[in-house]
Design a protein around this ligand. Structure first.
Ligand code: OGA
Ligand code: NI
Length: 356
């Protein structure tokens, strides 16, 4: 029997998982990226990106291997804007536990997940894209969006109680990432021959910075050539940590105007520079534009954690990185996340608003 497409209202109010459960073999109009006359424009067969792997334990070593690793870090972040972190201090078992608990959450009955549901004007909680305009193309994904820090912005009513270990395991992960975030901001500064704290100073204290966790669930999609899991964007953060699915690829990065697939490395954590570190580095380090493609036969689960300077912090290019050959590229900005969303909604690349 042919399954007809949902009406416009239906497709707006549903999670992607609900659409998939209905067994549609087409994607609703609101999810379609229109291409040329043949329609499909999205290719999952992009070439593989050689994302450098960085051994974090070497980054503090004064040995030749340590110096080499720092160079590799700098070169990774100024070319593709990301690297695969190894020796990050988290066990395989722990990373599997995180992945498992995310899968368990999205596998709960819809009714239970909707207890944590987001609303039209608030992205926090469970659900899919907030619909902000008639023309917006929606992402083929359901998310659980949680503010972890600052402490007074945390809203536990959105934190799943099921699986029972959810809160505790997530808190533990974030605690470990906070240490890594500081460690990486320091290493990145050293890799550019700057004093260790110069990026960290702009980032500010952990008490005022915001940390957002986004559990992304990508259901199978009947038309991967038409819909995207996440449309092209760069992150508004200073640093983003992505725990990818252990088996299913999907992330692509734009480099030299071409899309490249990011490989799955099961127990590495993918670290990428966000717009705010690109600004601090006066454009030397690149906040990569990336997107997620969908897949017709396998679901995909990822966990992105964003480290964002407090909204009162002034973010601007470090003086030492401004010179005659490299004039100042960016203004000093405050509350970049607001600038980001205003521009994102207008369909512009947000960081351009900070350019001089
Ligand atoms: C994001 C993101 C990539 C992925 O959440 O900002 O880019 O593979 N996610 O889920
Ligand atoms: Ni992203």
């Amino acid at each position: 029997m042919a399954v007809t497409l949902p009406t416009k209202m239906e497709s707006l109010s549903k999670t992607v998982q609900e659409l998939v459960m209905k067994g549609y073999n087409e994607v609703p109009e609101r999810y379609v990226h229109k291409g040329g006359s043949s329609g499909g424009i999205i290719s999952a067969s992009a070439p593989l990106l050689d994302v450098p792997s960085i051994d974090l334990s070497l980054l503090i070593s004064p040995s030749p291997a340590g110096v080499e690793e720092l160079k590799k870090l700098q070169s990774a972040l100024s070319s593709c804007g990301c690297f695969q972190a190894t020796n990050h201090g988290m066990s395989n078992m722990f990373l599997d536990k995180l992945r498992e608990m995310s899968k368990e959450f999205f596998a709960l009955p819809m009714e239970e997940k909707k207890k944590y549901g987001n609303t039209a004007d608030d992205i926090e909680g469970y659900g899919n894209d907030s619909v902000l305009s008639e023309h917006q193309i929606l992402d083929w994904t359901d998310r659980l969006y949680l503010t972890i820090s600052p402490e007074d912005k945390k809203r536990l009513k959105f934190w799943p109680e099921n699986p029972p270990s959810f809160r505790e395991v997530l808190e533990e992960y974030i605690m470990k990432l906070k240490t890594l975030n500081e460690f990486i901001l320091k290493a990145v500064a050293r890799s550019l021959n700057l004093t260790e704290n110069c990026f960290l100073q702009q980032y500010g204290e952990n008490e005022s910075a915001s940390v957002i966790a986004r559990f992304n669930f990508y259901p199978t999609c009947p038309r991967p050539d038409l819909a995207l899991g996440v449309k092209p964007h760069a992150d508004a953060s200073a640093i983003t940590f992505l725990l990818q699915d252990k088996e299913v690829e999907g992330l692509q990065v734009l480099k030299d105007d071409l899309w490249f697939r990011v490989p799955v490395v099961p127990y590495s954590i993918l670290v990428n520079v966000g717009d705010q570190v690109e600004i601090m580095s006066n454009g030397i380090l690149k906040s990569p534009v990336h997107r997620v493609v969908t897949n017709s036969n396998r679901e995909r689960n990822t966990l992105a954690v964003f480290f964002i300077p407090g909204s009162e912090m002034e973010i601007g290019p470090v003086e030492k990185l401004i010179n005659q050959e490299r004039p100042r590229m960016y203004k000093t900005v405050k509350d970049y996340v607001s600038i980001y969303f205003q521009n994102y909604q207008l369909g512009k690349r947000p960081i351009d608003a900070a350019k001089i």
